[in-house]
Design a protein around this ligand. Structure first.
Ligand SMILES: CC(=O)N[C@H]1[C@@H](OP(=O)(O)OP(=O)(O)OC[C@H]2O[C@@H](n3ccc(=O)[nH]c3=O)[C@H](O)[C@@H]2O)O[C@H](CO)[C@@H](O)[C@@H]1O
Ligand SMILES: C=C(OP(=O)(O)O)C(=O)O
Length: 444
């Protein structure tokens, strides 16, 4: 089994560049299926396992998809199949984002029902209620969800019980080809929602209000392919901010957008970290002594759940009592047990974790429980005494491009090795060799 081996104690310094956002590119590639003519050219695409998975989903439905040089070319002008291949859908929950585009374009869509995962049960009831309001019939059974509509979907007024990112995206995509106007109230306001709305508008849709709590979409009769570049990954940027902070380092994070990271920046500043905009990025200076703080995860612009475990690694090294409250996912504390293997002192109380710091973190063999936990354990290893070995790297590769090498370039003592202890770089030339990457992932 592959491992990342980290020797703690190096201060990070230098420059790192963040990639396009995973959580923006997946819905954008799904949305490209709405085009009945022309090619979509999507740039600044990160070379991630999830991108290969969504590309395979589309290819298996008869779309033409090419991924090279961080650019995805999608042509969906020929007739698509409306059932997504379960083999790939099961690898990634974001595959449910094909439902909205297929339903709107063909009046039919079928995918394997996504199950729960390591961070919670993750139902899709809000997506389905939205489709029903627009005229679709929903059948759930035998492990599948199937949607049918006679003729075009119609516009509807939809109120989301909670501002779900995926439901907002799916409904927005379906509404882009529906007859009439759809409003989504109490919708998600994440930067990735705005990026998707911008792409839809380039395809000929009329979407207004993205980034606020009400989005209005006037349906178009047809949409065409468009060129679009993906926004920077705010979670990758936040992860490198924590890497600089936890090691008392000095790192310039290029291509990071501070407007998307307000809540993270504010909490890091409370902990004593110095942060300022520089050029097209953010400079982060870690203090000698980190201070405790509290965070509560919330929908944007609140503190992102996708940064919760990385902040936990930081708080383990901060002076005082820190409390993390997770309100978005009911089960996103699996990494606590792994941190305990590293001698972390923390207590789970309901949806909160109480951390007494600074602990005396020691290197240990730990397993990634989800993709952000993978990064968080590596971050903890950067500061721990001795050697940390992190396994289950398939999670990491879903969301971080070349994480170990990027940290190594900043001065970390880190390497990725295979079962024989030989160095590996799974990302070398990947964009030219998607199939071998998928093979690699299924092995790791
Ligand atoms: C690919 C992608 O963009 N993933 C992100 C997206 O996931 P995702 O879109 O799955 O997250 P949601 O915003 O939908 O989920 C938020 C909460 O709403 C609940 N819920 C959601 C839909 C629904 O129909 N019913 C329901 O109850 C979920 O169980 C969860 O408790 O937003 C999450 C919250 O910021 C991030 O952690 C994920 O990284
Ligand atoms: C939870 C995440 O992603 P996904 O919704 O794709 O599982 C994440 O990016 O941290």
């Amino acid at each position: 089994m592959e491992k990342i081996i980290v020797r703690g104690g190096q201060r990070l310094h230098g420059t790192v560049r963040v990639e396009g956002a995973k959580n923006a590119v997946l819905p954008v590639i799904a949305a490209s299926m709405l085009a009945s003519e022309g090619e979509s050219v999507i740039t600044d695409v990160p070379v991630l396992a999830d991108v290969y998975t969504i590309n395979e989903v589309l290819r298996n439905m008869n779309a033409s998809v090419t991924f090279t040089n961080n650019t995805v070319y999608v042509d969906t002008s020929r007739q698509l199949m409306t059932e997504a291949p379960s083999e790939y859908v099961r690898k990634m929950r974001a595959s449910v984002l094909v439902l909205g585009p297929l339903l709107a374009r063909y009046g039919h869509a079928k995918v394997a029902m996504p199950g729960g995962c390591a961070i919670g049960s993750r139902p899709i009831d809000l997506h389905l209620k939205g489709f029903e309001a627009m005229g679709a019939k929903v059948h759930v059974g035998n492990g599948f969800v199937e949607l049918e509509a006679e003729g075009r979907l119609h516009g509807a007024k939809i109120y989301l019980d909670m501002p779900s990112v995926g439901a907002t995206e799916n409904i927005m995509m379906a509404a882009a080809l529906a007859e009439g106007t759809t409003t989504i109230e109490n919708c998600a306001k994440e930067p990735e929602i705005v990026d998707l709305a911008n792409f839809l508008n380039k395809m000929g849709a009329k979407v207004v209000g993205a980034g606020t709590e009400t989005i209005r979409i006037e349906g178009a009769e047809k949409l065409h392919g468009a060129n679009h570049s993906i926004i920077p990954d705010r979670v990758e940027a936040g992860t490198f901010m924590v890497a600089a902070a936890i090691t008392g380092g000095n790192v310039l994070i290029e291509n990071a957008e501070s407007e998307h990271l307000r809540s993270v920046i504010s909490k890091l500043e409370e902990m004593g970290v110095t942060i300022f905009d520089e050029g097209d990025g953010i400079r982060v200076l870690g203090p000698d002594k980190l201070l405790a703080t509290d965070i509560k995860t919330l929908p944007h612009p609140g503190f992102p759940t996708d940064m919760q475990s990385q902040m936990m690694a930081l708080m383990l090294n901060a002076y005082g009592t820190s409390v993390i409250t997770e309100t978005v996912f009911e089960n996103r504390f699996m990494h606590v047990e792994e941190f305990r293997r590293m001698n972390a002192k923390m207590k789970i109380e309901g949806r909160s974790v109480i951390i007494e710091g600074p602990g005396d973190l020691q290197g240990a063999e730990v397993a990634a429980t989800d993709l952000r936990a993978a990064a968080a354990l590596i971050l903890a290893g950067l500061r721990a005494d001795g050697i940390t070995r992190v396994t289950d790297l398939k999670h990491l590769d879903r969301g971080y491009v070349d994480f170990a090498n990027k940290l190594s370039a900043l001065g970390a003592s880190i390497e990725r090795v295979d079962a024989n202890g030989d160095a590996v770089n799974p990302f070398a030339h990947l964009s030219e060799r998607p199939v071998s990457f998928l093979t690699y992932l299924s092995r790791s």
